[in-house]
Design a protein around this ligand. Structure first.
Ligand code: 5AD
Ligand code: SF4
Length: 439
């Protein structure tokens, strides 16, 4: 018997890439590849890249530099570049990095097995008309009790700073029946929590029984799958939070009380320049409606500081919005000019100004995050164990509010759901005492 070939996958960027990496590994599994965590023993290295900010993009070339030395010692090793940098730069990657054997875009990776077989250097960054998901092998759960499920890809919003509409293409929603089937199969393999993914997940409009379904209807239907205890979704656009989805947060017990709802800025002038198509006030009103449906919901967001033209007053308006909402967490970024996007033509804010703003914003968010965690102390939470903790006899999992929670539980196993009382808040996690085992 020939030994299985080993595949090492490195994932950069967002959760959609994590999902794609799993599916690419499964596609190559059909060609006899098994995954490895040790790059030195790999027969194939696949870098699943991110193009969202300049720094994320640059990582590819520094990693390729390191892989060149490794490949010199392991002739026959193949190197593939996938994801959004592959889509954006295509042939250019082969030119810049002779070490690369294949380049595959996010819409063409179902063709990876043929590409590997081709034996020559190949690029496939097409947006084929066929649905790649229909050509992929069935899911195998790879990450224990939680799984991602991509329900929608691409974006039609064209925020002025963002490359996604160019690298991932127009919005496409997967059909309801396929998603329910994939979800059921994940649950059959022990998955208890599914996060529905999409670049604009709440714009989901998939073909389903009786017509087009929105995200709320999909969530309600998934909640009927026995054994699926938790549902989350990400990433959402404020303008796509429709009444039904807001209502679902109050009505569907499986829908967890955490919502990532990027706002980017609190200044109407900047929001307009970003082509976000809503005001700060509209976002605040939306938050009120979501909280009316689910009062304990924890909100997180994305912010960009230093967008071209951002004045001190604009930045203060962002801080005001953050104070008005009170977030449980947030991701914040310095604006990064991306080739081909409208904002890239504009004069940037000086780097030192953007740096100082980022620090100030992050300090405010940290304060809010700590306050949200502190507010959990003394409360009962349900924790789904994802892995053992660092201390022996300890397990780590997530609460409904997506806090990482450490529980002393020598009998605990990955995949257990327990009730626990929060006893303390650390910088990025909570500690809790076991009350009872739920199942
Ligand atoms: N510069 C900085 N941040 C960006 N994001 C998207 N494009 C850029 C850019 N050019 C951020 C946004 C988005 C998150 C995924 O990445 O905040 O919500
Ligand atoms: Fe990018 Fe805006 Fe689409 Fe989000 S909504 S993926 S930020 S263009």
């Amino acid at each position: 018997m020939t030994e299985a070939k080993k595949l090492f996958v490195k994932t950069y960027g967002c959760q959609m890439n994590v999902y794609d990496s799993e599916r690419m590994a499964e596609a190559l599994g059909a060609k006899g590849y098994v995954t490895t965590e040790v790059v030195e023993e790999a027969d194939m290295v696949l870098l699943n890249t991110c193009h969202i900010r300049e720094k994320a993009s640059e990582k590819l070339y520094s990693d390729l530099g390191r892989l060149r030395a490794l490949k010199a010692e392991r002739p026959g090793m193949k190197i593939g570049v996938a994801g959004c940098v592959a889509q954006a730069e295509g042939e250019e990657i082969l030119r810049r990095a002779p070490v690369v054997d294949l380049v595959v875009g996010p819409q063409a990776y179902h063709r990876l097995p043929q590409m590997v077989e081709a034996g020559t250097r190949v690029v496939d960054t097409e947006f084929p008309v066929e649905d790649k998901f229909a050509h992929l092998p069935e899911r195998r759960s790879l990450r224990g009790p939680t799984a991602f499920l991509t329900v929608q890809e691409g974006c039609d919003k064209f925020c002025a700073f963002c490359v996604v509409p160019y690298t991932r293409g127009a919005e496409v929603s997967r059909p309801v029946a396929r998603l329910l089937d994939e979800a059921r199969k994940l649950v059959d393999q022990g998955v208890r929590e599914i996060t529905l993914l999409g670049q604009n997940v709440n714009a989901y409009h998939g073909a389903g029984p009786g017509g087009t379904w929105g995200l709320a209807r999909l969530v309600r239907e998934m909640a009927g799958i026995a054994g699926l205890d938790r549902i989350r979704y990400t990433t959402s656009h404020p303008n796509d939070m429709d009444d039904d989805l807001i209502a679902a947060h109050g009505e569907v017990a499986q829908l967890m009380p955490y919502l990532h709802l990027p706002v980017q800025s609190g200044s109407d002038r900047i929001l307009k320049a970003m082509n976000r198509k809503h005001t700060a006030e509209a976002y605040l009103r939306l938050v009120e409606r979501i909280r009316a449906a689910r009062p304990d919901i924890l909100l997180s967001s994305d912010f960009i500081v230093g967008f071209p033209g951002e004045s001190d007053a604009d930045f203060q308006a962002t801080l005001d919005l953050i104070r008005a909402v009170g977030f449980g967490a947030a991701f914040s970024f310095k604006y990064s000019a991306r080739p081909g996007t409208p904002a890239a033509e504009k004069t940037p804010v000086p780097a030192e100004v953007a740096d100082a703003r980022l620090q100030e914003l992050q300090a405010l968010i940290t304060t809010q995050q700590q306050a949200a965690q502190q507010a959990m102390v003394g409360r009962e939470v349900e924790v789904l164990y994802e892995k053992p903790g660092r201390r022996s006899g300890q397990m780590v999992g997530k609460s409904g509010h997506l806090h990482a929670v450490h529980v002393d539980d020598p009998e605990g196993r990955i995949g257990d759901m327990v009730r626990a009382r929060v006893s303390a808040s650390a910088p990025n996690s909570l500690a809790a005492e076991l009350i009872s085992r739920i199942a």
